[in-house]
Design a binder for this molecule. Structure first.
Ligand SMILES: [Zn+2]
Ligand SMILES: [Zn+2]
Length: 275
């Protein structure tokens, strides 16, 4: 099992720093978690987009899903046949929509987004989102069996309905918080995970209605859940002082392995043996 960071930035991307996007290589497949701004452009540097076997969207905040439309259109583009003459391009028979697991209610939102950019000359591109992806709205706590993995969406505490994802596989257990404040569900999400990808947007606890974690809470969750490795993400700054502070806050509560997510970073379980 290997996690690769495409982008780890909270909110909008900055140069070289896409918003949230992660690829988990598990059970011989590539699973994409979130697809914020900048991810569609950076993804080919991690894995060919056509090799994504399924996608997962934690919640409908822009920094987690905005690049799904360009990603979808890009996938279709390679399968659009352009006959000569004034005939609209058509999808070839080889195209298989990518399963995309989303929170309830997302389908109408994405169809609305797609509808804002009509391509009247090409019915295929006009319906790019629904042709590119096979949207599957997830029910909280109801596991989905996929590629030999058991995947559970767990509702967490955020300003909009938001999932964390727990993936139990023959290769190990992976847990991803998406965006969340501190809530009891986090323990079920992270319990014994080999890799916990945990947001730590803040330096101090968030007691307001929005819902984010700080470095100390990420460390405390990792310790209480007994995880093997903590990867801190959804960072609001890439200044070294801020990052060092986040790591220090987390390590005050968790004595295990802590990494900070940066674009292109890879984290494997089990860890490769050092020569
Ligand atoms: Zn976010
Ligand atoms: Zn959010």
């Amino acid at each position: 099992m290997e996690l690769t960071v495409v982008g780890a930035r909270a909110g909008m991307p900055t140069p070289g720093e896409p918003s949230s996007g992660y690829v988990l290589r598990v059970a011989g497949r590539n699973l994409l978690f979130d697809c914020g701004p900048g991810v569609a452009g950076a993804l080919p540097g991690v894995v060919p987009p056509e090799e994504i076997a399924a996608g997962f969207v934690s919640h409908l905040h822009l920094d987690h899903c905005y690049d799904l439309l360009p990603l979808g259109k890009g996938l279709l583009h390679q399968h659009l046949a352009y006959p000569s003459g004034p005939v609209a391009p058509e999808l070839d028979d080889a195209w298989m929509p990518v399963p995309l697991y989303v929170p309830a209610g997302s389908t109408s939102v994405f169809k609305t987004l797609q509808g804002l950019f009509p391509v009247v000359s090409s019915p295929a591109l006009d319906r790019a989102f629904e042709l590119a992806f096979d949207l599957r709205e997830m029910t909280p706590w109801e596991p989905v069996d996929l590629f030999g993995c058991r995947i559970t969406a767990m509702p967490l505490r955020h300003a909009v309905p938001a999932f964390g994802f727990r993936i139990e596989s023959p290769d190990g257990v992976f847990a991803y918080t998406g965006d969340t404040g501190w809530t009891e569900s986090l323990h079920r999400l992270a319990d014994g995970a080999d890799i916990l990808l945990c947001e730590a947007t803040l330096r101090t606890p968030d007691h307001g209605p929005h819902g984010h974690l700080c470095g100390e809470e990420a460390g405390r969750l990792a310790a209480e859940a007994g995880v093997g490795m903590l990867v801190i993400t959804h960072v609001t700054s890439t200044e070294q002082e801020w990052l060092d502070g986040l790591r220090k806050d987390a390590s005050a509560a968790f004595s295990g392995t802590i990494h900070l997510a940066t674009p292109g970073a890879r984290f494997a379980y089990p860890a490769p043996r050092e020569e």
